[in-house]
Every structure is written in structure tokens, then in C-alpha cells.
Design a binder for this molecule. Structure first.
Ligand code: GDP
Length: 298
């Protein structure tokens, strides 16, 4: 579709400044490479990744006369090459219920993503149960119930302030009893007290393992792409709190900061299972590296 990919044209506009419509050829020199690096850094790709991309692009091409269009295509190729290995849908296992633990800071789009994923699984004929594990935020629980209704999926809740691990344990029991295909567990995103959050997540994992030693089968970290470089430190933090197995990048609709995905792929190599491209239930798309690279380079 292309809808919802990063706002096209960031690099394109900058590369094309001078209004040459992409056809004027320039020799690839150090000055040009430096300009390219600046563009990539401005797109939130981070210094290390920007340098690597331009170095790869320059290899064997110094002094060659290239049009801006050719440079854009080469850039897109280099970016797609970094992104291809991480573009993987969330694996589905035979064993049920498959437990999906969903982590991330508040506001990253956890609730919305759980709703969208539940809807996709339902559409694929899977039965899903959601556990509203952020028991400290009444609003989060209500939001999740709204999404559950939209997706046609039951949402298990517990009283405000109660132990999320005990909810997760009960939810696991119910999902097993019902023979559900998937159990998605929402979690709190309060990074203000990391020690508490770490203990909370560890306890959830501990209790669900009493019912299935392989659970959780997936631990999804939801990241807001508009936070730019901040997303990198969130990965670092959450990897210490939980055994993150994959990423969902939200809010890729209308951001020029999509370059952070390249930095994430380059630095961590974690699979990107899906991207959020809007606030509606169908606005979750598989990650397509080529489409992404083309949109980013414009
Ligand atoms: P949570 O606190 O992590 O559970 O975050 P929410 O799911 O409540 O999302 C926070 C805000 O981001 C809400 O206003 C959502 O509508 C919005 N949101 C979530 N995903 C996307 C997305 O992919 N695109 C856009 N534009 N907004 C999103």
C-alpha cells in the first residue's frame, strides 16, 4: 500500500535541493558523502549506522558521476540490505496456548498493538485471550477492554492495584481450559521504578512457567518510532528487564524519524514483527524492508 510508511521525501528533498529533479550528475566525493551522512543522521539513523551506510555506498564508487536519483536508489539498497534480516513475522508455534508477553513504556502503543494483533489472529481463525496485566492503570484496563470488544476477544481483568502475576496465572489457566490458541499478556510500562518493574515481569514469567515451562513463547517490545534515538535506549533497558524476542514499531505513519529502525536493526538485530501505521484496528502491517527503504529515501 505504501500508506503509513515514513513520510516520503526527507532524503529526497534534501538531496534534490538545487531543484535538479534528480538528473544532474555529480562526482561522488568526500563532501558529498558528508552531506549524505548528515541527512541520514537527521533521519534519526544514528552516527554509527549512518557512517556504515555511506561507507558501503561509497565502496568502489568514489569519483563516479551519479545522479541524485541513482544515489537515492543506492541508499535505498543499502538500507534494505540492513533491514531484510530483521523483517520477520511473529513466529506461531504448534503448542497452544502460545503466550505473548507484551512490554514497553506507557504511551508506546502496547494496548493498541494488542488490540490490532488480536484482531489479526481472530481473522486468521485463532482463538485469543487477553490479560490486562497493567493493573495499576485503570485507564489502560478500560482501553484494553474497548480493544477486546472491537477484536471480539475476551479480556481478563483484575482489581486495580492487584498482583499482575496472579492475573497472568489465572489467565493462563483459563486459556488452557478453553483451548485458546493465543494468550496475550499486557504489562505495566512504568520505567520510573525499574527494580519494581523487573521484579513484576520476572514474577509473571515465573508463574506462567508453572503452567507451561516454555512460556512466554514471545516477548514483544512495543516501541514508538517517533521517539527517535530514545527507542535505542528503550531496547537496552527492556532487554535487561525481559527476554525480548521481537519488536513492534508503532506510529510509523507520518514520522520522518523512521531512520531509527535502521539503527535498531544495525545495533540489535531483533526481528521487527510488525509496524503500526495508524490508530485503527487494521493499521498494523508486516514490515516490508524494500518499501520502507524506498519511503525513507523518498
Ligand atoms: P500504551 O500506553 O503503550 O498502551 O499505548 P496506547 O496503545 O494507549 O497508545 C498510545 C497512543 O498512541 C494512543 O493515542 C494510540 O491511538 C496511539 N497509537 C498507537 N499506535 C499507533 C500507530 O501505529 N499510529 C498512530 N498514529 N498512533 C498510534
Amino acid at each position: 500500500k505504501g500508506a503509513g510508511q515514513p513520510k516520503p521525501g526527507l532524503l529526497g528533498r534534501l538531496l534534490g535541493r538545487g531543484g535538479d529533479a534528480g538528473v544532474v550528475r555529480r562526482a561522488l566525493d568526500d563532501d558529498m558523502l558528508e552531506q549524505l551522512e548528515e541527512l541520514l543522521i537527521a533521519a534519526d539513523m544514528g552516527v554509527d549506522t549512518a557512517l556504515r551506510v555511506t561507507a558501503n555506498l561509497a565502496e568502489g564508487r568514489m569519483g563516479k558521476r551519479l545522479s541524485t536519483q541513482e544515489i537515492k536508489e543506492l541508499l535505498a539498497q543499502e538500507i534494505a540490505r540492513i533491514m531484510e534480516p530483521v523483517a520477520k513475522p511473529m513466529p506461531l508455534y504448534r503448542k497452544t496456548p502460545q503466550v505473548v508477553l507484551v512490554v514497553g513504556v506507557n504511551g508506546s502503543g502496547k494496548t493498541t498493538t494488542i488490540g490490532k494483533l488480536a484482531s489479526q489472529f481472530r481473522a486468521a481463525g485463532k482463538s485469543v485471550v487477553i490479560a490486562a496485566g497493567d493493573t495499576f492503570r485503570a485507564a489502560a484496563v478500560e482501553q484494553l477492554q474497548v480493544w477486546g470488544e472491537r477484536a471480539g476477544v475476551p479480556v481478563l481483568t483484575a482489581p486495580e492495584g492487584s498482583d499482575p502475576a496472579s492475573l497472568a496465572f489465572d489467565a493462563m489457566g483459563q486459556a488452557q481450559a478453553e483451548g485458546a490458541d493465543l494468550l496475550m499478556i499486557d504489562t505495566a510500562g512504568r520505567l520510573q521504578n525499574r527494580a519494581d518493574l523487573m521484579e513484576e515481569l520476572a514474577k509473571i514469567v515465573r508463574v506462567i512457567r508453572k503452567k507451561d515451562p516454555d512460556a512466554p513463547h514471545n516477548t514483544l517490545l512495543v516501541l514508538d518510532a517517533t521517539t527517535g534515538q530514545n527507542a535505542l535506549s528503550q531496547v537496552e533497558t527492556f532487554r535487561k528487564l525481559a527476554d525480548v524476542s521481537g519488536l513492534v514499531m508503532t506510529k510509523l505513519d507520518g514520522t520522518a524519524k523512521g531512520g531509527v529502525l535502521v539503527a535498531l536493526a544495525d545495533r540489535f538485530g531483533l526481528p521487527i514483527h510488525a509496524i503500526g501505521v495508524g490508530e485503527q484496528i487494521d493499521d498494523l502491517a508486516p514490515f516490508d524492508p524494500e518499501e520502507f527503504a524506498a519511503a525513507l529515501t523518498g
